[in-house]
Write a protein that binds this ligand. Structure first.
Ligand code: ZN
Ligand code: ZN
Ligand code: FE
Length: 751
C-alpha cells in the first residue's frame, strides 16, 4: 500500500527569476502532488502532499534537473501535518521581504529561443531582444529586488496582450520572464550616425549596420552589459585604424565568430575550448590561431586570439547579414569602464565610431564579457563577469556580521559576505581613473541596495596608495587590511574550501610587501590566521619605479647590473642592451648603483618582463602581461631543459646563474622554454621540501598557460594535489575573495 506524506521544502540559492516556480509546478503536476510553491525573502518554499514514491521522484528531478539558470545551494525538508490540499498552485509573492534572494547573471540566448528566432512566420522571427525564463538579461537590467518587471529597465514597456498571455501562463516558457517583449511592445532599435541622427530603425537598422561593417566602417553596437565596438575582422585596414583611434597599439582585440564552424576554420579549437565557447555563459575564450600570421593586427605577435560566439539575439540578427567574423571589443576609453549608454558613446567615442546601433532598454548595471582559457584540459577564468557574476559561493561560517571587501587596484572586483554566502561582483577594471572609481562606488552601492546590505566590516589591501584602500579608510567602519599576496593565496583557499596550513605560491605583478619592498614572488606557509614568508625571489631593483612596468628593458638592465660589470654590459651583443644607447645605460647604472628611484622587488611578473627584454621579444610593454604572452607564443613542450638556481639558507631564490646563461645563450626559443621550466622546477622543489602541505597557486603570473600547464602536468605525474583558482580569477580580480576569507577567520569577527 502506498503511504501518504506531507512535506515542507525550503530551497535556497539562485531560485528566483529563473523559472523555478513554473518548473516546480510542472513536476508537482507530473507526479500528482498537491500543495503550493511561493517565493519568500530568502528562497522558495514548497508544500507538497501525496504519495511517498511520487514525492521522492519529485525531489530527484528537483535536484538533478533544475532550470538552466537556477542554482540550488541548499534544500531543507521537514514533515508537516496533513492538510489535504486539493490542487497545486503557484502563490503570488507578497511584495515586502523579498530582499535576500540571489540574482542570476545575464545568460546567453537559449536553444528554444534561438529556434523561435529562426522560425519563419513566428511573431518573434529575428526579434533582436527575444528571451525567456531560461535566458536573457538579468543582472544588467535589475534596478532593485524583488526581481519584478517594475524593478527592471523593462518597467516602461507595457506588455501587449500576446506577451501578457505568455507572462501569466504557468506552463509557458515565458511565465514571469520579466524582460519579455516583442516587436509590438518591446524596446525600439535604432541606428544613429555621429550627428546623433537616427538613420534607420528596427531590423532594417541591423541590415544597414552589417553593410557598413562590410564597407569597412566602425559601429558601436549595444550588447547585454555594455557596448561593443565592432568592425570587420578580415579587414586589416579598419582594424589598424581602430587601433590608432583607440590608442591601443598591441593589446589584442576579441573576435566574435559567426558560429562554431567558422571559428574552427580559423582556429585550433580543443574540445575543452569548444565546451567553453558554447556554454550558456558564452565567454571570450583564448584559442590558438591556425596560422600564426592570421589576424595580424587583431592579435599581434601572439598565436592566440580571444574568440567568442554570438550570445545576444541582436548579434545573431547581425550575422544573418555577415559571413566574416567581427572584432567586438568593449567600448571604453583606455583605463575606463565599459560604456552602457549611447550618450556616452557620442560623448567619448565619437571620433572612433562611425555609427551607433542602440535599443532603448537601458543597461542598468554594466557587465563586461568574461574571459576564460583551457589549461591542461582544465578551465581557468581570467575575467569573471557577464554570464558568471554576481557569483555566489555558499560558504558556511560562524559569523553573523556583514563584510565588504574592496579588492586591489588592477582588474578590480569586490565581494560581500552575508548569510553564509560570498557574492563576487562583476569585473570593475583597473581603478586608475575617475570614471573607474565612480564605477567601483556605483557597483558597491548597487549591491548594498540589492541586499539591504550595510557592511559591519570592510577589508582592503595593505597598499596605502590604492584608491580602493583609501576609499575603505574613509568609510568610518571597522577596517581590516591584508597583505596582497597572502590574500591571493586565501582566495584559492576560499574557492576550494581549504582550511588547513598550505604552501602557497603567490606569483604576481607587483604588490605592497610587509617590509616596504614590492613583493610578487612569494611562497608562504600559511592558513587563514597567519602567514610566514618562507621563500621568495631574491629582490632586484626596479629602476625607474612604476615606469619600469612599461619600459621593461630597464628591468633587464637592472638584472644585468646585478650580474656583470658596466663595461662588460656595454659590449654585450644583447637585444635589451642594444635597445638603449650608452648614455641611457650609464644613467640607469647610476640609478641602480645609488638606488635612486629604484625600489627593490621580488616580483616574478617583473622577472618575466626582464627575460622578455633580454631575449629580444619586447622592450616596451603596452599592456600588463604582454611579456608573458610573447614568451608563451614560443613554448615547446618538447624542450625539457632548464637553468640552475639556488635556494639560499634564508629562503631566497637566487636566479643569477640563469640570467648569466640567458645572456650567453644564443637560442631564443630554447631560452624561453628553459626559463619557464626553471620556474616549474622551483615550485616542485619547494613543494617536495614540504610534503605534508597542500600546494596552492595564485597570482597573475599563473595566467601564463605554459607555466601553469607544466606545473599541473608535473604534479599529476607526482600524483600530488595542486590547488589553483578556476571559478574566480587568479589575477587581482580574485583577491576580494581572499580578503573576505581573512575577515571570516579573524578573531575580531569571531568575538
Ligand atoms: Zn530562452
Ligand atoms: Zn509583446
Ligand atoms: Fe596581485
Amino acid at each position: 500500500m502506498n503511504s501518504l506524506v506531507s512535506k515542507l521544502l525550503f530551497v535556497k540559492g539562485v531560485v528566483q527569476g529563473v523559472g523555478f516556480r513554473p518548473f516546480v509546478y510542472k513536476i508537482a503536476l507530473q507526479n500528482s502532488l498537491k500543495g503550493h510553491v511561493l517565493n519568500t525573502g530568502s528562497g522558495v518554499e514548497i508544500r507538497l502532499e501525496g504519495d511517498e514514491k511520487d514525492f521522492e521522484l519529485f525531489c530527484h528531478v528537483l535536484q538533478k534537473n533544475p532550470p538552466p539558470l537556477a542554482r540550488i545551494e541548499s534544500l531543507d525538508i521537514s514533515d508537516q501535518k496533513m492538510q489535504s490540499f486539493e490542487t497545486f498552485e503557484i502563490i503570488e509573492t507578497k511584495k515586502s521581504d523579498v530582499k535576500q534572494s540571489l540574482i542570476s547573471p545575464d545568460i546567453a540566448i537559449c536553444q528554444e529561443c534561438l529556434e523561435e528566432f529562426f522560425k519563419h512566420k513566428n511573431r518573434r522571427e529575428h526579434y533582436y531582444l527575444i528571451n525567456c525564463t531560461n535566458c536573457g538579461p538579468r543582472y544588467s537590467i535589475i534596478q532593485t529586488l524583488p526581481y519584478d518587471r517594475d524593478n527592471t529597465s523593462m518597467k516602461r514597456f507595457v506588455m501587449c496582450d500576446e506577451c501578457h498571455k505568455e507572462y501569466t501562463n504557468p506552463i509557458d516558457r515565458r511565465y514571469h520572464a520579466q524582460p519579455i517583449s516583442c516587436y509590438e511592445c518591446g524596446p525600439k532599435l535604432s541606428l544613429y550616425d555621429t550627428n546623433q541622427e537616427e538613420i534607420s530603425h528596427s531590423n532594417e537598422a541591423i541590415k544597414k549596420s552589417a553593410q557598413y561593417i562590410k564597407d569597412g566602417k566602425i559601429v558601436a553596437i549595444k550588447g547585454i552589459g555594455g557596448f561593443h565596438i565592432v568592425c570587420d575582422a578580415s579587414n586589416e585596414d579598419v582594424v589598424r585604424k581602430l587601433r590608432e583611434k583607440k590608442h591601443r597599439p598591441t593589446k589584442p582585440f576579441a573576435v566574435m565568430f559567426k558560429d562554431m564552424q567558422d571559428a574552427k576554420k580559423h582556429l585550433n579549437v580543443s574540445p575543452k575550448e569548444e565546451e567553453l565557447l558554447c556554454s550558456k555563459q558564452k565567454p571570450i575564450v583564448l584559442v590558438q590561431k591556425k596560422e600564426k600570421n592570421s589576424f595580424v593586427s587583431i592579435a599581434p605577435h601572439t598565436d592566440n586570439i580571444g574568440a567568442f560566439l554570438p550570445y545576444a539575439p541582436l548579434q545573431f540578427a547581425l550575422f544573418e547579414y555577415l559571413d566574416e567574423a567581427i572584432v567586438a571589443t568593449s567600448a571604453n576609453l583606455r583605463g575606463e569602464p565599459i560604456i552602457k549608454d549611447k550618450e556616452q558613446i557620442f560623448e567619448k567615442l565619437s571620433n572612433v565610431v562611425d555609427f551607433v546601433l542602440d535599443f532603448d532598454r537601458e543597461i542598468i548595471n554594466a557587465n563586461d564579457d568574461s574571459i576564460q582559457a583551457a589549461v591542461a584540459n582544465k578551465d581557468i577564468i581570467l575575467r569573471a563577469s557577464r554570464g558568471y557574476t554576481p557569483t555566489v559561493y555558499h560558504y558556511k561560517a560562524p559569523v553573523r556580521k556583514k563584510i565588504l571587501s574592496v579588492g586591489a587596484r588592477q582588474k578590480n572586483q569586490v565581494a560581500l559576505f552575508l548569510d553564509n554566502n560570498i557574492i563576487l561582483s562583476p569585473y570593475i577594471g583597473d581603478i586608475d581613473s575617475i570614471a573607474s572609481m565612480e564605477f567601483f562606488e556605483r557597483t558597491i552601492k548597487t549591491f548594498e541596495k540589492f541586499y539591504d546590505f550595510e557592511p559591519d566590516v570592510i577589508v582592503c589591501d595593505k597598499h596605502p596608495l590604492y584608491e580602493t584602500t583609501q576609499w575603505a579608510k574613509k568609510q568610518n567602519k571597522p577596517l581590516l587590511e591584508i597583505q596582497h599576496h597572502y590574500a591571493h593565496i586565501l582566495s584559492t583557499m576560499v574557492e576550494h574550501r581549504l582550511t588547513q596550513k598550505v604552501l602557497g605560491f603567490a606569483w604576481d605583478g607587483t604588490g605592497y610587501g610587509d617590509d616596504g619592498t614590492i613583493w610578487g614572488g612569494e611562497t608562504f606557509v600559511c592558513d587563514f590566521h597567519s602567514y610566514e614568508r618562507k621563500y621568495h625571489l631574491k629582490p632586484f631593483k626596479l629602476i625607474g619605479g612604476e615606469s619600469a612596468i612599461k619600459d621593461i628593458n630597464k628591468i633587464a638592465l637592472s638584472l644585468l647590473f646585478d650580474n656583470f660589470e658596466l663595461q662588460e654590459i656595454e659590449q654585450m651583443d644583447n637585444p635589451a642592451v642594444k635597445s638603449l644607447n650608452t648614455g641611457q645605460i650609464r644613467l640607469l647604472y647610476l640609478a641602480h648603483k645609488k638606488g635612486i628611484n629604484a625600489p627593490l622587488t621580488s616580483s616574478i611578473g617583473r622577472l618575466f618582463d626582464a627575460v622578455a627584454s633580454l631575449l629580444g621579444f619586447l622592450h616596451s610593454s603596452s599592456y600588463e602581461g604582454e611579456a608573458g604572452l610573447l614568451i608563451e607564443s614560443v613554448c615547446d613542450d618538447a624542450i625539457t631543459f632548464s637553468y640552475p638556481y639556488v635556494i639560499e639558507e634564508d629562503g631566497m631564490i637566487d636566479l643569477s646563474k640563469m640570467i648569466q646563461e640567458i645572456v650567453r645563450e644564443p637560442e631564443v626559443i630554447l631560452s624561453a622554454n628553459r626559463f619557464i621550466n626553471t620556474l616549474v622546477n622551483i615550485i616542485c622543489d619547494l613543494a617536495s621540501r614540504h610534503p605534508e602541505l597542500p600546494v596552492v597557486l595564485s597570482g597573475g603570473v599563473f595566467q601564463n598557460r605554459t607555466l601553469l600547464s607544466r606545473v599541473i602536468q608535473r604534479f599529476e605525474s607526482m600524483q600530488k594535489k595542486l590547488y589553483f583558482q578556476q571559478k574566480s580569477p587568479l589575477n587581482d580580480g580574485g583577491i576580494c575573495l581572499g580578503q573576505i576569507g581573512y575577515a571570516l577567520h579573524s578573531n575580531f569577527l569571531l568575538q
